[in-house]
Design a protein. Sequence first.
Length: 92
Amino acid sequence: MNFKVRLKNKTFWLTAIPAIVTLIYCILGLFDVVPTISEQTIVKVLTTIISLLTTLGVFVDPTTAGVKDSQRAMTYTTPFKDVIDKLKGESK
């Protein structure tokens, strides 16, 4: 994975931050250190937010700016790896 590019992508941070907050909250819960807000309320809100952001993250190419695919990716008729394999097969 190209982490340098991922770290520059806003969508990566929109999905990573809630996931990290949820992880921290779960760890604190293991030690009975919980905020005064009810756990059930926080879990419902975070679950909803993470679900929405994860759904967005599934469709976003983290190597491009924004949420659109690159112009190059829009020209593919098959996944890029398959195109490379196809070209290798034709050269044999």
